[in-house]
Design a protein around this ligand. Structure first.
Ligand code: ZN
Ligand code: ZN
Length: 411
C-alpha cells in the first residue's frame, strides 16, 4: 500500500536554538509533545535546510522552496504575495506592498511598529480606501486588511516601477523615513511619489478615526500611520496542478502564505477563528484540513504562532504554544492513505528574535515510509533520523515519490 494524498503541515518558525530559560533545551525539546513524538516514532525523521545550507530564509522564500519553486527564479518581493493573500488579485503591471499599521507620536517618531498588535483594522482600511485620492498620479489603489496589524496595498496605473525603498524605520524611537526610488528608472520615482502621498494622506484620516480616538482614550497605541515595504510585481508561477499533477488547497491565516498558495494555484480555504497568532483556532484548521483531504490530493497547512513567540523572544510562550499545538494535532494520529509531512519553514530562535539558518526538524509518516528509530520530534532527535539532512527543494520530489507520482529518470 502507498499513501495517495499529502498533508503538508508547516509549523512556522517552531525550530529554535537552546534556550537558557528552558534549561538549555529548545522549546520543542522542552515542551511535552506526545502527539508529535508518536508521529516521529511511527515515521521517518531528519533535518532540513529550507532553502540551502547556511541561508537564513524568510517565510516567503522558504515556502516557495519547500513547494518546489526556486525562490531565486520566482521570488519578486513580499508585497505582491501579501496583496494576493489579502484578496487583491495582482495583475501584470500592478505593484504590491506589505503594509503595517504603526504608531507615530506628535514628532513623527515611530513608537510602535505594530500599533500594539491591534487585532482588527478593517474599518481603518475602509476609511483610508474611501478618502485617499491618488488620481493626481494617475494611480488607483486597493488597500485591504490582513491579520492583526497587517494589511496590503496595491497600485495600478501607467508607468509604475517596483524599485522603491520602505518607510519602515525597522526600529522604534526614530522618525519615519520617506520612500525613495532605489533605481534610476523614472517608473520607480513615480511609485515612490504615489506611495509617499498615500502615506501622508492617510495620516489625518487615521488620527481622526473613532477607533484611534478610543485607543488613545484607553491608553492603547493608536494605529495612526502606515508603513509600506516589500514592493514588487507578481512573478509568474507554473501552476501547481500542472507541475505536479495534483490539485490542492492552502489553509493559512498568514496572508503571505495564503498569497504564495494562491500564486502557485492552490485554492485558499479560510477557517473561522484562525488568526495567525498564538491564540489561533488550531483545532479548526486541522479539522478543515482533514475535511479537504476527503476530496483533495494536497493540503498545505501553515500554523504561525510559534514564529510569533520566537520574534517576541519569549521561549516560555513558544513552548506553551507548542504544547497546545500538539494537542490540536491529535486527530492526525490515525489518518489513512495520507502522507503526512511535518516541518518548520525556518528556525526562529528566541535568543535572536528573528529567523536563522539553523536546519529545521522534518518528519514524514504514512504507508510505505521506512520507519527509523527517532522517537521525539525536535531539532536534536530528528538529526539522527533516516532522512538525514535534506534541502527544501528536495522535499516535494521525496513526497511525490512516496505517493508514486514521480517519473522515472532513465530507462
Ligand atoms: Zn515562517
Ligand atoms: Zn518569522
Amino acid at each position: 500500500m502507498t499513501a495517495r494524498k499529502i498533508l503538508f503541515l508547516i509549523l512556522d518558525g517552531v525550530s529554535d536554538r537552546p534556550c537558557a530559560i528552558l534549561q538549555g533545551k529548545t522549546p520543542l525539546q522542552y515542551a511535552r509533545t506526545p502527539v508529535l513524538d508518536a508521529l516521529a516514532e511511527t515515521g521517518i525523521c531528519g533535518i532540513m535546510d529550507p532553502v540551502a545550507t547556511g541561508v537564513r530564509p524568510g517565510s516567503d522564500t522558504s515556502h516557495l522552496a519547500l513547494l518546489g519553486y526556486n525562490p531565486e527564479k520566482y521570488y519578486t518581493g513580499r508585497g505582491p504575495l501579501e496583496a494576493e493573500g489579502c484578496g487583491i488579485h495582482m495583475e501584470k503591471g500592478m505593484i504590491g506592498f506589505r503594509a503595517n499599521f504603526a504608531t507615530m507620536d506628535a514628532n513623527g517618531v515611530i513608537t510602535d511598529r505594530r500599533a500594539g498588535r491591534i487585532r482588527d483594522t478593517t474599518a481603518l482600511c475602509t476609511a483610508v480606501r474611501e478618502r485617499v485620492d491618488l488620481s493626481d498620479f494617475g494611480v488607483s489603489f486597493q488597500f485591504r486588511p490582513g491579520a492583526g496589524h497587517r494589511a496590503a496595498l496595491a497600485f495600478r496605473g501607467e508607468g509604475l516601477g517596483a524599485g522603491v525603498s520602505s518607510n519602515d524605520p525597522k526600529k522604534e524611537g526614530v522618525p519615519m523615513p520617506r520612500i525613495r526610488p532605489v533605481t534610476d528608472d523614472p517608473r520607480a520615482a513615480k511609485t515612490a511619489e504615489a506611495a509617499n502621498a498615500f502615506i501622508a494622506q492617510a495620516l489625518p484620516i487615521l488620527a481622526d478615526h473613532a477607533i484611534n480616538r478610543e485607543r488613545v482614550r484607553t491608553d492603547l497605541p493608536p494605529a495612526n500611520c502606515i508603513l509600506l515595504r516589500g514592493s514588487g510585481e507578481m512573478g509568474h508561477f507554473p501552476p501547481f496542478p500542472e507541475k505536479y499533477g495534483i490539485s490542492g488547497v492552502v489553509i493559512s491565516a498568514a496572508t503571505l502564505i495564503t498569497g504564495i498558495g494562491k500564486a502557485v494555484g492552490l485554492e485558499h480555504i479560510s477557517v473561522a477563528g484562525a488568526n495567525g497568532s498564538t491564540s489561533s483556532n488550531l483545532e479548526g484548521k486541522i479539522a478543515a484540513a482533514l475535511g479537504e483531504l476527503e476530496h483533495r490530493d494536497f493540503v498545505l497547512v501553515n500554523i504561525k504562532g510559534a514564529d510569533e513567540a520566537g520574534h517576541d523572544g519569549d521561549a516560555r510562550a513558544k513552548a506553551a504554544f507548542i504544547e497546545r499545538l500538539d494537542r490540536a494535532l491529535e486527530p492526525l494520529a490515525d489518518i489513512d492513505s495520507t502522507l503526512l509531512l511535518v516541518c518548520a519553514d525556518h528556525s526562529t530562535p528566541c535568543d535572536i528574535r528573528d529567523h536563522s539558518a539553523d536546519p529545521v526538524p522534518v518528519l514524514i509518516r504514512g504507508e510505505g515510509v521506512r520507519v527509523d528509530h527517532v522517537r521525539a520530534f525536535d531539532e536534536i532527535s530528528c538529526a539522527t533520523g533516516g532522512l538525514h539532512r535534506i534541502t527544501g527543494p528536495s522535499l516535494m520530489p521525496i513526497l511525490l515519490d512516496l505517493i508514486n507520482k514521480t517519473h522515472k529518470y532513465g530507462a
